[in-house]
Design a protein around this ligand. Sequence first.
Ligand code: NAP
Length: 260
Amino acid sequence: MTSPVALITGASRGIGRGIALELARAATHDFVINYAGNEAAARECKELCEKASDGKVRVEIVQADVSIAADRARMIDFVKQTFGRLDLLVNNAGVAPNVRADLLDAGEESFDRLISINLKGPYFLTQAAAKLMIESPTLADFQKAIVNVTSISAYTVSTNRGDYCVAKAGLAMMTKLYAVRLAEHGINVFEIQPGVIETDMTGPVKEKYDKLFAEGLTPINRWGKPSDIGKSVIAVAHGHFPYSTGQVFNVDGGFHLHTI
Ligand code: NAP
């Protein structure tokens, strides 16, 4: 029996790890954990996934910086050589600005970094991955899909990290573009907009958000967990939305709701 295959970018830690663990628990897909530099974390994630799946799925790790073209090509080649197919791509890897700077002061270096990693990387990785997905024979019971992890920052203004907001808004449009282009190939494309999730990325602003949650930031009033995002990816990966594409899922505790 051929198993479907997934590639999750930035899966050594945080949300990506949460997605990998949920996929492992479901034990349906073999998958590749991508990381940028933290090999120890990627190896640990692989071990946890193997345990979570009770050894039922094959898990591999691959180092690649999604902002570098040669790394992207090597990663897709690794998937092809190792598994011979691809059914699910999760564009999760992303970074926050090193320094939160006011819109009137923020520099080009941070802008270029954020656009490269958070937008250009997934844009061209999707291009390459889609070609491999198209040539992979469709498996009964499994929906080929691409999931882009954007953010509430795709539509919420933070004037001290405009670069991040602009990159995520671009990624949201990328979802719509690929949704239309890939529909004829049976590949559905989704956007997940996480709210405030407890990971290394939000570590430096933990106190700020603790205070906001204490003041009632979201209707479901708690920090989000990587597994909250992981579970929504599973719903997509298991084909529960076969007649949807370009769909945005708010996985944010209700942050997006306006009240009066
Ligand atoms: P995180 O804890 O900082 O983890 C980042 C992950 O991305 C790590 O696995 C890291 O690999 C990888 N990575 C970073 N740069 C990369 C690159 N150039 N190429 C490949 N992999 C790279 O971040 P997170 O909070 O889990 O965020 C994951 C995604 O969710 C990001 O796209 C982020 O913008 C988005 N998001 C996060 C939140 C939140 O509240 N945390 C909210 C909304 C959206 P290494 O371990 O090797 O460094």
